[in-house]
Design a protein around this ligand. Structure first.
Ligand SMILES: Nc1ncnc2c1ncn2[C@@H]1O[C@H](COP(=O)(O)OP(=O)(O)O)[C@@H](O)[C@H]1O
Ligand SMILES: [Mg+2]
Length: 317
């Protein structure tokens, strides 16, 4: 087993990535009172941007469960068409994909969800299937949303599969992405999130979430807590504020560039994660990875929806 001292330099076995979580059907307002059907979800958005940015440099797979219906088929077809590996998308004959609808109220956006019985909630029902999905990956990426949608016994399957993967050298990245309404209580969040931190290497939180759950006074307090809980590399997103990060045993702060023409901040954190992780996978330093993350998130907030149009995806350094 690889030694994990209190800090170490992260080394990836390879650039292949397995992101795990839930993608939902998205109904987004379009002209004339119509809705456009798409697919979105936090870890899926990250995986999608990584696949577009990395191209031939890595295989990026999405690990989830969908139904056997035609919409689920369309999702898998779209994954493949966009060069994601769909080998570990499980099928559930009894369930289908979760759905959310975006309601516009002036510039405010309200999200309505139908996801409580989605197929993705069963994504960790089979520990062996998860282990197979993670086997050989250089990086596994998951989030607090991935954990929130799972039954407690299925979370144990996921933690066991992460532990096994890390024992063979896979790096795990985790975005706590706290969504209180997906959890029974903030106490449950405080019990479960540390389990994930103990099973991760890279933590990519947002300060607002951390402040809410843990009362952190400052991003440096978030870093200290997350490093104490097991992460060795941390970048704390904070909207337009600077990014505080910790890597290789030292901390630093980088300003966030001003972004003009912001139209929709949906998916900012997910796009940041994609840029950061893609840069790290191709050998860039944590400091450079922060600037690449900022480039991706800066770009996504200049467009509607959670994904950057393919033609506008920043090139990796
Ligand atoms: N108003 C903004 N101006 C410039 N960059 C922003 C702004 N809002 C978000 N970003 C970029 O998106 C990243 C993630 O945003 P944040 O709101 O902290 O995450 P989340 O979407 O997870 O809540 C930030 O680190 C920053 O790079
Ligand atoms: Mg977030």
């Amino acid at each position: 087993m690889r030694k994990r001292p209190c800090w170490h330099m992260i080394r990836f076995l390879n650039a292949n990535t397995a992101a795990v979580g839930e993608a939902m059907v998205e109904m987004a307002p379009a002209d004339g009172g119509l809705y456009r059907r798409g697919f979105a979800g936090d870890t899926f958005n990250t995986a999608w941007h990584m696949a577009q940015a990395l191209g031939q440099q890595a295989r990026v797979g999405y690990v989830t469960r969908v139904g056997c219906d035609s919409i689920s088929e369309s999702f898998v077809a779209e994954l493949r068409a966009d060069s994601l590996d769909a080998t570990h998308v499980g099928r559930d004959p009894q369930r289908n994909m979760g759905l959310y609808l975006i309601e516009l109220d002036g510039v405010e956006r309200h999200f309505h969800y139908w996801r409580s019985a989605s197929a993705a909630r069963q994504l960790a029902a089979d520990r062996g299937a998860l282990q197979a999905a993670f086997s050989g990956a250089g990086l596994i990426h998951l989030s607090g949303i991935t954990l929130a949608i799972l039954a407690p016994e299925h979370r144990e399957n996921l933690f066991a599969a992460l532990t096994l993967a890390r024992q063979s050298g896979t790096v795990v990245s985790f975005d706590p992405n706290i969504r209180p309404r997906l959890w029974k209580s903030l106490d449950e969040v405080r019990q479960v999130i540390p389990r994930a931190l103990a099973n991760c290497d890279i933590a990519l939180p947002s300060f607002d979430d951390e402040k809410l759950v843990w009362g952190d006074a400052h991003p440096s307090a978030t870093i200290a807590r997350l490093v104490g809980q097991g992460a060795v590399e941390v970048a704390v997103k904070d909207g337009a504020g600077p990014i505080a990060y910790w890597a290789e045993g030292a901390g630093a702060v980088l300003p966030t560039p001003v972004v003009g023409s912001i139209c929709d901040t949906t998916g900012a954190g997910d796009a940041f994660n994609a840029g950061y992780l893609a840069a790290r996978l191709i050998g860039q330093s944590p400091a450079k990875a922060v600037t690449v993350g900022q480039q991706f998130s800066g770009r996504v907030i200049q467009h509607y929806g959670a994904r950057i149009p393919k033609s506008a995806i920043p090139a990796l350094p």
